[in-house]
Design a protein around this ligand. Structure first.
Ligand code: AMP
Ligand code: MG
Length: 517
């Protein structure tokens, strides 16, 4: 390991708040070096968040630093311990099996912890190799940044560093390290760890750390721990609503993958909804279908109950701990979900029957299975009030007087109707949507631009990630860079990336993702 002072460029000063906790919370250790590392991709946005000097991004040291080969001045690397419930079953101690927290920085934009994922074994590796493969690292890197672009709370990713170092999974792959960045990486399972070991002091120290570092407003509450649990519960409800609204499926919502800050955390076998199916299982290893799209809000709540159990020594009364979740989670989810769905549907003001309309819309999507992203994006561009004639007379004479020419309606609606095997079903739903629009009318131009800002054109479809991975495995990282650029602005029309908005091509039909990473 080179001496820290030999780094030729200035790096922001570390402020290692997690490392200030007692040693019981982690093991201090250095990342394992990775031979001949190279840069696969860098998120310049995250580099800016951290205040990294632009020259560092260009320097040969960059790959060495973020492969874990060279220590940053002020870093105090450590691997944290936690436990958790996996697939509904208590799994005991887990921990950062392949993550090294380098430390934290504080700047005008916030507090940022920097973590290397895949930089070698730790005491929590449980017999595994401590490495991550390029494939899963590309997925985590791109999806973190895509979710940030979508406006979903998430951990971020600064870069992927690759190496030709072989890693064995189902086949031999190559190693990579993703640098993750977030205000904090504390998990529900970090609390479950201490409560399962009957260590109320450590439990309280952890809660105090989270409150003092991230949620100082909880400190003034009659019971700060109750206030913290309510805060986590509310944020988790909002997070679930965001996931549902963009069609994101996490795939492994184990309590050790749930962020205490309400961030999307640990990208593994995630997926974005394509042909709509609320029962879709995106993780090939999830044999019971525990983490389907439709189950996510329920699992979020189940996980919060496990957190509430862990908080018992801090809150004392089981009723109060449970109430902290029950009083907050359902409302936070329902309010955020309704707000996001009204925006997706282009409804400016809510009405009492909207919950039913949203429910009917999901039932319609479930029955006819259009592509979730494409459906809402196409809908955004349809007229809500009047049918604009493109050819032929706008109205035709009928015995009952002039009527909208149905041929023109079909033409205007063709981009959406064409997504359905049964276009009449699409017509019927559109009629109900237009009837609802008529109850709270606004100018079509305003509504369309609002809907385009709520319905992304680009999400990280599995086939897009797969295409980038296949090229990257041949050392061509151009598709990683192009996707990163595109997914940073998912709500913008980007004609140069038109192909990324397309449905999965034939070769991608059988793609499967699993926990192997
Ligand atoms: P995950 O399902 O990815 O959230 O992982 C569950 C636990 O296994 C976490 O504690 C990880 O740190 C650990 N883990 C997963 N893969 C590896 C690996 N290749 N080496 C060491 N630990 C791992
Ligand atoms: Mg995990």
């Amino acid at each position: 390991m080179n001496a820290p002072q030999s780094l030729p460029l200035e790096f922001p000063v570390f402020d290692n708040s997690f490392a200030a906790l007692p040693e019981a919370f982690y093991t201090r250790l250095q990342p394992q070096s990775l031979p001949a590392p190279y840069v696969v991709g860098i998120s310049s946005e995250v580099a800016e968040l951290l205040g990294l000097p632009p020259a560092l991004l260009e320097s040969p040291e960059f790959a060495e630093i973020f492969a874990g080969n060279r220590q940053l001045p002020g870093a105090e690397p450590l691997a944290a311990v936690y436990s958790g419930h996996q697939f509904g079953v208590w799994a005991g101690q887990l921990g950062d099996g392949r993550a090294h927290l380098l430390g934290g920085l504080r700047n005008d934009l916030g507090h940022w912890e920097i973590q290397l994922k895949g930089a070698g074994k730790t005491p929590y590796s449980r017999g595994a190799d401590g490495r991550a493969v390029l494939r899963s690292s590309i997925r985590e890197f791109l999806c973190s940044e895509a979710m940030a672009g979508l406006g979903v709370p998430t951990t971020r990713a600064l870069c992927i560093i690759g190496a030709d170092y072989p890693v064995r999974r189902e086949a031999i792959e190559t190693a990579a390290v993703v640098t993750r960045v977030a205000p904090g990486f504390v998990r529900f399972g970090s609390f479950e760890h201490w409560s399962s070991r009957r260590k109320p002091l450590e439990l309280q120290q952890l809660a105090d750390y989270v409150i003092d570092t991230f949620r100082p407003e909880c400190r003034v509450a009659p019971n700060p721990y109750d206030a913290l649990l309510r805060d986590v519960s509310r944020r988790t409800g909002e997070l679930m609503a965001h996931w549902m609204a963009v069609g994101f499926m996490h795939g492994v919502m184990n309590t050790d993958n749930m962020s205490i800050l309400g961030l999307t955390l640990d990208y593994g076998p995630f997926g974005f909804m394509e042909a709509f199916d609320a029962g879709h299982i995106c993780n090939h290893s999830d044999h019971q279908g525990r983490y389907t799209y439709r189950n996510q809000p329920h699992v979020g709540q189940w996980n919060l109950y496990r957190l509430a159990d862990a908080f018992l020594p801090l809150i004392k009364s089981p009723q109060q701990a449970r109430a902290a979740v029950d009083d907050t989670y359902g409302d936070a989810f329902a309010m955020a979900f309704e707000r996001l769905m009204l925006a997706k549907l282009g409804l400016r003001n809510g009405l009492p029957d909207d919950e039913e309309f949203i429910g009917n819309t999901f039932a319609f999507l479930q029955q006819h299975r259009p592509d979730f992203t494409l459906f809402f994006r196409t809908l955004s561009k349809l007229p809500a009030v009047k049918i604009e004639s493109t050819a032929g007379p706008a109205t035709i004479e009928t015995t009952a007087g002039p009527r909208v020419n149905p041929e023109n309606q079909a033409k205007t609606d063709a981009p959406l109707r064409d997504q359905f095997i049964d276009p009449a079903a699409c017509d019927a739903w559109l009629a109900s949507w237009r009837a609802r629009q008529a109850q709270t009318p606004w100018s079509d131009a305003e509504r369309q631009s609002a809907m385009l800002a709520a319905n992304p054109k680009y999400v990280l479809r599995n086939w897009l990630a797969e295409k980038a991975i296949r090229l990257a495995n041949k050392k061509d990282f151009s598709e990683v860079h192009r996707l990163l650029t595109c997914l940073r602005k998912p709500y913008d029309e980007q004609p140069e990336f038109e192909e990324y908005a397309a449905l999965p091509p034939d070769w991608a039909r059988g793609l499967e993702v699993s926990c192997s990473s």
